[in-house]
Every structure is written in C-alpha cells, then in structure tokens.
Design a protein around this ligand. Structure first.
Ligand code: C5P
Length: 309
C-alpha cells in the first residue's frame, strides 16, 4: 500500500488600504483601483490525497469564532474545492482526488478574503501534492478564474489591484504596520454590499477609480501616520448602510487616538491602524470591554502570501 500523502499551506488575510470602486460593468463586476496588504491572520489548508478521486473539504474553526457550519459550504460550492477541481482539470493527468482540511482563523464573510485565501492555499498545496510544478504566476493566472482577490492571496505583501481586483502589481513599500480588527458577529455578502453601492449611487456619475497618490507616498516612505490619514474605502457607505451599528465601532476606535480607521473591504470587519503593540493592546481592550463586536484580533502587515508549511 502506498502511504497517504499530505501537504499543508498557510495563507494570510487581506485588507484594502484603499478601495476605489467604479461604475458597474456589463458583466456585473465593478472596476477597482485598490491597494491590498496581507496581514498576519492565517488560515491553513491541509491537502491529503484520496484514492477514489473525490475532492472533499472539512472546516475547523480556530479561536473565538462562533461560526455556524452552514456559513462555509462543505461541498462543491466551497471555493477551495473549486480551486482543486480547476487545477486538476488543467493538469489533465491527475487521477487522484484530495481532501482539504481547512483550519479557519480569518473571519468568514468579514471583508478579509477568508474564502479567497482558502482557495489560494488549496492551489499552493495541490500544486505540490500532485507535482504539477506550476510557477506562482501560473497559479495567479488560474486564481483569477476563482475570485477577484484570489491572485493577491497567492502573492501577498502589498500590491495594487486593478481590473475587478484580479490584476495585481507590486508596490514599492517599506515598514511594518500594526492593526487591530473588530470582527462582527455576522458576516456581510460581498455581492450584497456591491449591490447596495449601486443602489446608493443610482443616477450619479461615477468616475473611474484611481489609487490615491498620498497613500502610495506614505507606503514608499514607510510613514504610518501618513498612511493612517490616506486610508479610504468607496464601499464604506454601503457597508454602513447595511450595518449602521458599525459607526459605533468606528467611533470607539477613533476615540483611542488611532492613526487611521476603515471598514475592511466589503465589511463588516473594522480595522484600526495603531502605533505599536502597546497601542494595539489599548485599542483591543477598549473595543472588547465596550462589547461592540464579537471578537478583537491584532495583526501585523505586510506578510508573504500563500506558502507551504
Ligand atoms: O470575485 P468574487 O467572486 O470574489 O466577487 C464576489 C461578488 O462581489 C461578485 O459576484 C460581484 O457581485 C461582486 N464584485 C463586484 N466587483 C468586483 C468584485 C466583486 O461587483 N470588482
């Protein structure tokens, strides 16, 4: 009997330091000009060969997440399963299947690319497990078919995202940034937040989005104070419209002298840029004791993208 082979990959959450959104395209997506950063909050995907050719998934939640099993699909609708199916179909000569065991720390439907991250880790793990030998840029190419931010989840670091977010290019940046995340009890659907964005902007002319020059300058200089001032998110009003209580979370964090605050991606996670670890702890304690959110997490960015462990 041949031994069962197993490979693990770790993948970080993403945040958007800026998220510029243009008018809805004919294909339903929105043109984006965004700056991504990977942060040190990781999911892990363990890929184990199955001999019957099946592709399966199981999910284990870490930490304080009280996520219902139903929030993450356990069948073919799971984006990590779709990632494995895509790679196997492209490879052509793989006759074994894979069981993907996901250990989740990234909030589900939290605006931090939790699902996309799992797809990225599944691709990196299956590439190794099945000996496909695909280079990272080839993985990023396939990743774009799975979701707009999957290519960035493979790449990691800090990058500009164009197109619908899937076209990533590196940004010259220095420094490390300390973040505190207020994680909501219940997630928000990305599609619903974009639909709310359309509703709020109905009848208005929306310009093509651009990456703010002051944000790029702040990253280039490694200036956390300037970065805090430059954080921006065009989906913020839409997320606040669907979840008005996020305004309380934002106000509370802002009263703690943070360098910047923003809704992460399509929300509902709220992110605060802080000076250092000590400041992070102060903000975390203030958020936890006010009970404005389900969980508070501290992280550092940037970190590398999906990697074998
Ligand atoms: O690409 P992804 O599958 O992650 O996108 C989820 C949903 O978010 C899309 O179906 C679409 O409704 C919305 N979206 C969008 N414009 C983008 C990215 C996502 O409208 N650039």
């Amino acid at each position: 009997m041949t031994p069962v082979r197993s490979v693990s990959a770790s993948v970080p959450a993403k945040i958007n330091l800026s998220l510029g959104v243009g008018p809805r395209r004919d294909d339903g997506y929105h043109p984006l000009a965004t700056v991504y950063q990977s942060v040190s909050l990781h999911d892990e995907v363990r890929a184990t060969e199955t001999s019957d050719g099946s592709i399966e998934v199981s999910v284990h939640f870490e930490g304080d997440q009280e996520t219902e099993r139903g929030d993450v699909p356990l069948g073919p609708a799971n984006i990590a399963v779709r990632a494995a199916e895509l790679l196997r179909a492209e490879a052509g000569n793989v006759d074994t299947g894979v069981h993907l065991a996901i250990r989740k720390s990234i909030p589900v439907a939290g605006g931090m690319a939790g699902g996309s991250a799992d797809a990225a880790a599944a691709m990196v793990a299956c590439n190794e497990l099945w000996g496909l030998g695909l280079a990272r840029d080839e993985l990023e190419h396939y990743a774009a078919e799975l979701g707009s931010d999957v290519p960035f989840c493979i790449r990691g670091g800090i990058a500009v995202g164009a197109g619908r977010g899937e076209q990533v290019s590196p940004v010259l940046a220095q420094g490390h940034y300390h973040w505190v995340f207020a994680i909501a009890e219940e997630g928000l659907s990305t599609a619903e937040v974009f639909a709310e964005y359309d509703r709020l902007n109905e009848g208005r002319a929306i310009a093509q989005p651009e990456v703010p020059a002051d944000l790029i300058a702040a990253l280039r200089a490694g200036d956390a104070t300037a970065l805090g001032r430059a954080l921006t998110n065009d989906l913020s009003d839409a997320a606040l419209s669907l979840r008005p209580e996020l305004a309380t979370t934002l106000e509370l964090g802002e009263s703690c002298d943070v360098l910047g605050s923003l809704i992460s991606g399509s929300g509902p996670t709220v992110m605060f840029l802080v000076r250092d670890e000590e400041h992070a702890l102060d903000v975390a304690v203030a958020l936890s004791s006010a009970r404005v959110c389900a969980d508070v997490v501290q992280a550092l960015g940037p970190v590398p993208g999906a990697r074998l462990v």
